[in-house]
Design a protein. Structure first.
Length: 347
């Protein structure tokens, strides 16, 4: 087991939750409760990420992690031109226009430089696996490297590259699929099927993520071979989270979730709403479509309109509760009960 995972009092890792819900207060609260807090750097500049790291260090002396989006490649404008043109109708209803679709590497090199110069305990990667040289540089700086994977093939690639830990994301998970390649032919493995396929196939620790919201869910993940559970949606109603009010209200319902490209051009799981249902034919074009829908989503959030925003959430979102983050950690551990210690000893 990695030193970070073995040091945790509670085998619970906060999912990064990019796009608003991630805050220093939420990360610190999970750390103080015995888990591992995480900050999301997705959609932020390196300077903005540095500020959040400083704020988190002011709130807790415990170690925490930072998640970074691995960059992909630019999409051909012909792929998304018609889709963006169709967004004018949605934007007009809000008195706005779609944003300019563009490619961005999400400040990749600058964020790597920041985290190498000012290391945190864990640096995790989503949407791809860095080069072996990059992973080695973080180890030399004193950071563990975690890579999020969605298939056995990705697991082998990340393990071979030298990742310290694999974050195993099941198709039940809320938010973006972390697949290295965002294709329609990528198999949507469920969490427990994927954990069973990887147990014994790779020799590095596994952290399970995908619709884990209770002690029973935690125990199931540990029994299937994980060393800890990365939990996201169950923390999104916490007062420390930056989740927008209409998003909070939707999470508290039992409305089903669905995988969609409607908001960003990359496959993601969110709660069904009008925008998701009306734009089911969105093309693969990330981050171009993300930037095209930003003005629509921003105005809709400001006006409390849950029908036009990305309501990222896992399949078990109705189990989330409005309670402090520390209470979420304590409740899940208490629900796991006496079976938790022997299962942790096996991983």
């Amino acid at each position: 087991m990695s030193s970070t995972l073995s040091d945790l009092q509670a085998p619970i890792v906060l999912a990064p939750l990019a796009g608003g819900p991630s805050t220093p207060q939420l990360a610190a609260a999970v750390c103080e409760a015995g888990g591992l807090g995480f900050l999301a750097s997705g959609y932020l500049t390196a300077n903005e990420s540095a500020s959040l790291i400083r704020q988190t260090r002011a709130l807790t002396d415990s170690p925490f992690g930072v998640n970074v989006f691995a960059p992909g490649s630019a999409s051909d404008p012909s792929v998304y031109a018609d889709y963006v043109a169709a967004l004018h109708a949605d934007a007009a209803l809000l008195g706005s226009e779609p944003g300019e679709p563009r490619y961005s590497d999400d400040d990749w090199e600058e964020k790597l430089a920041l985290l190498l110069e000012d290391p945190v305990r864990v640096v995790s990667f989503t949407f791809g696996c860095p080069s072996p040289e990059t992973l080695r540089s973080f180890k030399q700086a004193g950071s563990e490297t975690w890579v999020t994977i969605t298939s056995p093939r990705e697991a082998q690639l990340a393990a071979t590259a030298g990742a310290d830990v694999l974050v195993v994301q099941g198709a039940e998970a809320g938010g973006h699929r972390a697949s290295f390649e965002d294709g329609d032919d990528e198999p949507p493995y469920g969490l427990h099927a994927l954990l069973q396929m990887l147990a014994g196939a790779v020799e590095i620790p596994l952290v399970a993520t995908g619709a884990i919201a209770t002690g029973a869910g935690l125990l199931a993940a540990l029994a299937a071979g994980a060393s800890a559970a990365q939990i996201g949606t169950a923390f999104m109603l916490c007062p420390e989270a930056g989740t927008a009010t209409p998003h909070r209200d939707a999470i508290a319902t039992d409305t089903p979730t669905e995988l969609t490209r409607a908001f960003t051009g990359r496959l993601a799981r969110g709660i069904r709403n009008r925008f998701l249902c009306e734009h089911g034919g969105a093309p693969i074009a990330y981050p171009e479509i993300h930037y095209a829908t930003v003005p629509i989503r921003r105005l809709a959030r400001e006006r409390g309109d849950a029908e036009k925003i990305n309501l990222w959430a896992g399949e078990a979102h109705s189990l989330a509760r409005d309670e402090p983050a520390g209470s979420v950690v304590e409740r899940i551990v208490d629900e796991a009960g006496p079976l938790l210690a022997p299962l942790r000893a096996l991983t």
